[in-house]
Structure formats: structure tokens, C-alpha cells
Design a protein around this ligand. Structure first.
Ligand code: GLA
Length: 356
């Protein structure tokens, strides 16, 4: 993979990185003002910058082997560049004077599987700008600007989980986040348990359109119930007046929020795992963001000795599954499940822990 020096011929002035994340519980709750429980992963995105003294910005993405030139007057057409452009534009809107830069991006975070490669790119870009220009941005403000970059420049009406996780989570404990107040605290995993993430190999088709549609359905349900957001609904019994489809969507959100709050009080990995299994069923049946391949992979994980629980993770429609396993069994679980998944015609791979 190329480095800044290889592309631009000299060293960068500033460098920064930010991790991807895997969400353990609390899916599709963040844009409803609810609770989430992500943990950072070891894979990082690294951004390097240098003032170039020219009229245009240059951006090189090492994985794609692609370079783009642009000015802040006009968003670039290339999708990957829109995340970086959005961060630059929003930092400027926030008062920063941003001179034209040479920018290099290198990422280990798998793209398009639900591990927040886009949040890692946004947060590392903003961290690098903060470092280069001495900007007064704290980690929460970085997450908020990063979320706006995703919504306003990449076209996904996401919540704030991914950017908060990339900006504030760590890899050893999960981050319990109230997405409405942004109150948060770290939560330890049960001793002897570990997180395994497998990619289903199914591309996330329809992710952006299906995602925005789910969000609109939740807003419709909240409006019909006369609440600001579904976070304000405490009991499934309050959903009875909704039309059937909206009732199922809202039931997922209400029960998922409850599962996150139960999970942080769990004393055993088995109890935590049972909540993950229930989350998957709810995402599959009520929220309808699973696919046949994800259901197969999750069922194989759930059936494997040494697995406490498993579910799809991220927005769904394809991508990755997360399982909580006995730490000692992790390698054998991954091997057995990937082999069984291959027999069903699937092509999976292990994403977390990252294989050397
Ligand atoms: C994507 C979004 C997040 C969140 C999840 C679903 O990752 O970026 O804001 O809504 O989907 O939980």
C-alpha cells in the first residue's frame, strides 16, 4: 500500500488515524434517539496531510489506487472523495481557514461490510485537520461534524453511533451511548468472552435506500404516536394503534433499546448472547434488514459450541455478523462456521480479530 511520501515525494506535516467499529447491540436505534453499544476494532484508517501551496486539493486513496483533485467550491464526483470533501467543507463552515492540501488516505477497515469504514475516514480526516491547523475541535464535535459529512455529502441519513464510536470508543470495552444526550460510559465484556466478526460475503445492496426508508418509517411512526422520537415509547403495548408495518418497525426499536439497557447489566456472557440472538430475530422479522445469507451465517454461529450469541451487525442488507464467543474457542468457532457456510454456497471471511 502506498504512503504519503510515495505519492507526493515528501513527508506529510500531520498524520492521524481512527478505528472502525463493530456494534454489539442497539441496531437502528441511534436515529431514534436510543441506545447503542459499539466497540472499536483494531483496524484503522490513517490520513496524512500537507499544505501544497497550489490552487487545488489533491486526495489519494491508497486502497483504490485513485487520485482526485478538487477545490472547496465544488464537491468531487468520486464517491470516496465526498467524505473527505464533506469534512473539509464543514470544518471551514465551523470557522477553520483551510489552505489547499495534499491528502493521503490508507485504510485497513474493510469497506462496505458494516464496520464503519466511512466514519473512520471522516473522523481520521477531521483529526488530521485538527492536528495540522490546531483547530479547537473536541472528540464529540469531531463526531458531530463527521456525521453531518455523511448525511450532507454522502447522502446517508445516518445516526451518530458510528462517528461517536470511531471518535470515542476503544477496543477493550464497549461504549454505551445514549444517542440523544450523548451521555456515555464504558462497559466491560464478560470475562473470558471475545468478539468475533465474520463477513457474509454478501454485498450490501439497497443499503442506502433501504436505510433511509427505514428511518422515514420510524419518523412516521413517531409522528402518528405523537412523540418526538421512538425513544420516547417505553412499552410495546403503546404501539397498538399503528398500522401493521409501522408497528413492527417501531416494535424493533422499542425492544432493541430495552435489550441494550438489559445487556449492560448482564452478569454473564450467556445472558448477553441471548440478547444478541433476540436482536437478530427482531432485525430479521420486524425490521426486515436481514438477508437469507446473513440468516444462514447467524444460525451457524448460534449453533456452534462456544458461541454465546450472534446477530447481523451494522445497517444490514448484507455485510458482517458479530458473535460473542468463549475467548479460547474463537479460532475454532471461526474455522468451523466458515467451513459450514462454504458448504451452503457462501463465501465468508474473518474480519475481527484481524488475521495477521
Ligand atoms: C449505519 C449507520 C448508523 C446506524 C446503523 C444501524 O451504520 O451509519 O448510524 O444507524 O447503520 O444501527
Amino acid at each position: 500500500m502506498s504512503r504519503f511520501e510515495d505519492i507526493y515525494g515528501h513527508a506529510p506535516e500531520a498524520e492521524a488515524s481512527a478505528p472502525g467499529r463493530v456494534n454489539l447491540l442497539g441496531e437502528h436505534t441511534d436515529y431514534n434517539g436510543g441506545f447503542v453499544l459499539p466497540i472499536a476494532i483494531a483496524q484503522q484508517t490513517r490520513v496524512a496531510m500537507r499544505r501544497n501551496g497550489q490552487a487545488q486539493f489533491s486526495l489519494h486513496a491508497a486502497e483504490l489506487g485513485q487520485s482526485v483533485r478538487f477545490t472547496l467550491a465544488q464537491p468531487p464526483a468520486e464517491h470516496f472523495a465526498s467524505y473527505v470533501f464533506g469534512c473539509l467543507a464543514l470544518a471551514r463552515e465551523h470557522g477553520a481557514q483551510i489552505p489547499p492540501l495534499d491528502i493521503h488516505v490508507a485504510s485497513e477497515v474493510p469497506i462496505g461490510v458494516g464496520l464503519s469504514s466511512s466514519a473512520a475516514l471522516e473522523v481520521s480526516t477531521l483529526r488530521c485537520l485538527r492536528e495540522l491547523l490546531g483547530l479547537p475541535l473536541d472528540d464529540v464535535l469531531i463526531a458531530q461534524l463527521a456525521q453531518r459529512a455523511e448525511i450532507e455529502y454522502a447522502g446517508v441519513r445516518c445516526g451518530i453511533m458510528d462517528q461517536m464510536a470511531s471518535s470515542l470508543a476503544d477496543t477493550s470495552r464497549a461504549l454505551l451511548l445514549d444517542t440523544r444526550s450523548l451521555e456515555r460510559r464504558f462497559v466491560s465484556l464478560a470475562p473470558g468472552s471475545a468478539v468475533l466478526v465474520l463477513d457474509s460475503g454478501i454485498a450490501r445492496s439497497l443499503a442506502a435506500s433501504g436505510y433511509n426508508q427505514r428511518r422515514a418509517e420510524c419518523e412516521q411512526a413517531a409522528a402518528l404516536l405523537g412523540v418526538a422520537s421512538l425513544r420516547d415509547v417505553a412499552e410495546v403495548a403503546q404501539l397498538g394503534a399503528l398500522p401493521e408495518l409501522l408497528r413492527r418497525r417501531a416494535r424493533h426499536v422499542v425492544t432493541e433499546n430495552a435489550r441494550v439497557l438489559q445487556a449492560v447489566d448482564c452478569t454473564t456472557a450467556a445472558a448477553f448472547g441471548a440478547l444478541m440472538n433476540a436482536s437478530h430475530a427482531s432485525l430479521r422479522d420486524d425490521y426486515e434488514v436481514s438477508t437469507a445469507g446473513l440468516d444462514t451465517l447467524v444460525a451457524l454461529l448460534q449453533a456452534q459450541p462456544g458461541v454465546f450469541g450472534a446477530r447481523l451487525t451494522g445497517a444490514g442488507f448484507g455485510g458482517a455478523c458479530v458473535a460473542l464467543c468463549e475467548a479460547d474457542a474463537l479460532a475454532s468457532v471461526a474455522q468451523a462456521v466458515l467451513a459450514a457456510y462454504r458448504l451452503t454456497g457462501g463465501a465468508g471471511r474473518q474480519l475481527v480479530p484481524a488475521e495477521a
